[in-house]
Design a binder for this molecule. Structure first.
Ligand SMILES: [Zn+2]
Length: 81
């Protein structure tokens, strides 16, 4: 039996980051990544739907998060004085 390997997938980070950014798309200010994650704790699946849970992190860059770096993609609204 001949071993056949599949060709490796292209790195999605390179070509995607070089593409022009559509208006309104979230993009990391640090690395240019466009993958965001929202982390919740305590979510329950009931009747096939996710219910509840506490949002711990919202719209954080996943590429930076994998490296252990916290990089929010949306700045929190500040208090206007
Ligand atoms: Zn990033």
């Amino acid at each position: 039996m001949k071993l056949v390997t599949t060709p490796s997938a292209p790195d999605p980070a390179g070509p995607v980051k070089a593409m022009p950014k559509p208006t309104g798309m979230l993009q990391c200010n640090r690395c240019g990544g466009r993958t965001s994650v929202t982390v919740t704790n305590g979510t329950v699946v009931r009747n096939g739907r996710k219910i509840g849970g506490t949002v711990l992190e919202r719209d954080v860059c996943d590429d930076c998060r994998r490296l252990g770096i916290y990089s929010p993609m949306v700045r929190p609204l500040g208090v206007v004085s």
